[in-house]
Design a protein around this ligand. Structure first.
Ligand code: ZN
Length: 368
């Protein structure tokens, strides 16, 4: 019970900013004595601090409480095929410290793990009071064994057990998330989805994935693999995909495919070709947007979200991508659901996955 009250108080202050004990008790439906006891403990643990007195009408001025950024922070690590970025991230999304190291795609397991450990050690030494480490990486994750099952882009990462990476270096909790779920967590905590409860994040770039929030909670599925929308077959018998199937959404709509098609048709870089309004490039992007839009329409019908939040590099191509996507959703989702869903852009861009790694570790502080 005490833990539930503690989480309630911390989450209230995270969402609403500074408040008095009386105000918090009123909003959480608890008595002031309970809040006084819980906050005393959190003040001692340096997770809260007082910020002066505020007068509200009659009665004596009330002391305001707020979360202490220096006391509530976590380490986020973001692994890609080219580099590993690490940061110390406050509960409010502020980056307190950041380091990064280049990786070679062909690094073997030993080299890869050594590079990650070196970077993590620097951050842990600078901020030993961090509440956890969150790691975001490519690859399929086995949640029960806490191990990377498969990783096409970083072969050295395959089979690595997460807890071995941080052995003798970090005693606290370690969390894993996929790219897309990390970006979704970041948008929910710090970006476009702050006040939302039921929404879908669609991530379109070289990979395509989605993440579903229901009643404010991120859904990971039975074995932590939910969201593989990029491997829904949209052209049965089509081009082979890295996953082993044929005709997956990624084979027609990934950014890598768009770059390749444009290069082949015009000998130009995708962005240059779009700036010049080259018809072949515009047509490729439109076709990709329609294929993704159709799946967004299905998600809208199945899940009835209030918002679809678009993130990832492809969404940065602008109206050439976004307009046909929106048109497809409008044309293909059930009108009653379509009229209630808003398609919006994420706010965090390239730093989203790193912030989400931090949020993955901070999440346990704010949820019972
Ligand atoms: Zn596939």
């Amino acid at each position: 019970m005490r833990r539930i009250n503690e989480v309630g108080l911390l989450d209230f202050l995270r969402r609403n900013g500074p408040a008095s004990r009386v105000e918090i008790a009123g909003k959480l439906g608890l008595d002031t004595k309970t809040i006084t006891n819980v906050s005393r403990d959190l003040l001692q643990r340096k997770m809260l601090e007082t910020v002066g007195l505020v007068s509200r009408g009659r009665g004596r001025p009330r002391e305001m409480l707020r979360l202490r950024a220096a006391g509530i922070h976590a380490i986020g690590l973001h692994l890609t095929e080219h580099e590993i970025a690490g940061a110390v991230i406050g509960f409010d999304g502020n980056i307190l410290l950041k380091h990064q190291t280049a990786l070679g795609g062909s690094d073997n397991r030993k080299t890869l793990v050594a590079r990650i450990r070196r970077l993590a050690r620097e951050l842990v030494r600078a901020h030993p009071q961090a509440l956890g480490i969150g790691l975001v990486s490519p690859g399929l994750w086995d949640a029960r064994e806490r191990r990377i099952l498969r990783c096409v882009h970083l072969p050295g990462w395959e089979g690595v057990a997460l807890d071995d990476v941080f052995a003798n270096l970090w005693k606290g909790p370690v969390y894993f998330e996929s790219y897309t779920r990390a970006k979704a967590l970041a948008e929910h905590w710090f970006g476009a989805a702050r006040e939302l409860e039921d929404f879908v994040v669609l991530d379109a770039g070289d990979g395509i994935g989605c993440a579903v929030f229901h009643e404010g909670k991120l859904q990971a599925g039975y074995s932590h693999m939910a969201g593989e929308i990029g491997h829904c077959v949209v052209r049965p018998g089509g081009a082979p995909c890295v996953c082993g199937q044929r005709g997956c959404l990624e084979t027609v709509a990934s950014l890598a495919v768009l770059r390749e098609q444009t290069q082949r048709a015009s000998g130009r870089d995708l962005r240059d070709a779009l700036t010049l309004g080259q018809p072949a490039a515009v047509a490729s992007v439109r076709e990709a947007a329609q294929a993704i839009g159709l799946l967004v329409a299905y998600l809208t019908n199945v899940l009835n979200p209030s918002h679809i939040v678009l993130v990832g590099e492809t969404t940065e191509l602008g109206p050439v991508f976004l307009t046909p996507l929106q048109e497809t959703v409008t044309a293909c989702a059930v009108p009653a659901l379509r009229d209630r869903v808003q398609v919006v852009r994420g706010q965090l861009g390239a730093v989203g996955a790193l912030l989400g790694a931090g949020a993955a570790a901070l999440r346990s502080v704010f949820t019972a």
